[in-house]
Ligand binder design. Structure first.
Ligand SMILES: Cc1cc2nc3c(=O)[nH]c(=O)nc-3n(C[C@H](O)[C@H](O)[C@H](O)COP(=O)(O)O)c2cc1C
Length: 344
């Protein structure tokens, strides 16, 4: 596909996520199946609970990441700036969307550049891993990192999304060797991330053996990218093919558990359908280091700009704090040790 088409597609994606029901169907994240044991005697002052953490060497005030979404078309600049303003004010991390459009056309770089409003946040660059089979190498990855002064590069893995796109890049053969070379050469850490179908234990292990330093599971149960692509299909046949996969993937809770079991010390981002601070508390108790969400932040930005994003994330942080208070967890290390009960 052409790079101009990439730019149009980015705007399509934002509009579809805002206007259509693109949630996964027939599958859930699994968060609803887990419960904490309430502690009637927490012996804690709720306001002294410590939510701070470090991730890949960067300090965060709370264990939250605004997942990679957009950039690459003029109207997306405001979205990224407003997301970044909220991230800076709250001391949480942020990823930008795939930077492929601006690698091709550097005049689009400013739509990803948020350091002027967010000088201190942990900021993650983003490219599709499959692009390593379509002419991209270390040079393009370094340019993506330099373009936004990123602290790490997210490589996203979106096999299902590419497969249901008429113009999709579906040659995923031999990527691991290229990822290994990239991880060796790039001066910043590489994070491997799905887009809503989940990275399981086996894939995570192979990626970490290749040099990847953290896994964003981006599991199933939240935004479904086969559903997003269904709305871009012009034929009934194409829509039917995409619709088949609305329930596809590894549920987010299962992906977190698998990756933590396979890799006891690797950094894990729990994402995919994370919709509250209680979900984040559960993600951390299951083995994640951070929680993250994408679509809810875009919806908030669309409604009320940076103030609305700030309010949405502040609510998530408040819910996380209350979850920790009512389980007697004074900090994230204690939350990690807090048992969860599976109820269904
Ligand atoms: C509008 C939009 C654009 C996205 N673009 C990207 C992208 O360029 N790169 C990427 O890694 N993920 C992208 N994603 C996927 C999200 O980062 C996330 O993994 C997925 O939406 C699941 O999270 P959610 O259920 O909280 O939305 C995008 C998501 C949205 C909503």
């Amino acid at each position: 596909m052409t790079e101009t088409a990439t730019e149009g597609r980015k705007i399509d994606h934002v509009n579809i996520v805002i206007n259509e029901d693109v949630n996964a169907k027939g599958i859930t994240t699994g968060f609803g199946s887990y419960h904490f044991e309430h502690d009637a005697l927490p012996e804690l002052d709720m306001h002294s609970i410590d939510l701070s953490t470090t991730f890949l060497g960067k300090q965060l005030k709370a264990p939250f990441l605004i997942s990679s979404m957009t950039g690459g078309a003029a109207p997306t600049e405001e979205i990224n700036l407003q997301l970044a303003e909220a991230a800076q004010a709250l001391g949480v991390a942020m990823g930008v969307g795939s930077q492929r459009a601006a690698i091709f056309d550097p005049s689009l770089a400013s739509s990803y550049q948020v350091r002027r409003v967010a000088p201190d946040i942990a900021l993650f660059a983003n490219l599709g891993a499959v692009q390593l089979n379509y002419g991209y190498g270390i040079e393009q990855c370094q340019r993506a990192v330099d373009m936004i002064e990123a602290d790490a590069l997210i490589l996203h893995f979106n096999a299902l999304q590419e497969a249901v796109q008429p113009e999709g890049d579906t040659n995923f053969a031999g990527l691991l060797t290229k990822i290994e070379a990239l991880c060796r050469a790039l001066p910043v850490p590489v994070i491997a991330k799905e887009v809503g179908n989940g990275i399981g234990g086996k894939a995570a292990k192979r990626l970490v053996e290749a040099g990847v330093q953290a896994i964003d599971v981006a599991g199933a149960g939240g935004t479904s990218w086969s559903e997003v692509e269904r709305f871009r299909q012009h034929t009934q046949a194409g829509q039917g093919i995409a619709a088949t996969f609305a329930g596809w993937g590894i549920p987010t809770t299962e992906a977190i558990k698998q990756v933590r079991a396979a890799l006891p010390t690797i950094g894990i981002i729990g994402s995919g359908g994370v919709r509250s601070g209680l979900d984040i508390a559960k993600a951390i108790a299951l083995g994640a280091d951070l929680g993250a969400s994408a679509a809810p932040n875009l919806l908030a930005q669309n409604k009320g700009g940076s103030d609305a994003v700030h309010a949405a994330i502040a609510a998530i942080i408040a819910q996380l704090r209350i979850s920790m208070f009512c389980t007697g967890a004074a900090d994230l290390a204690a939350l990690r040790q807090t048992p969860l009960y599976r109820v269904s």
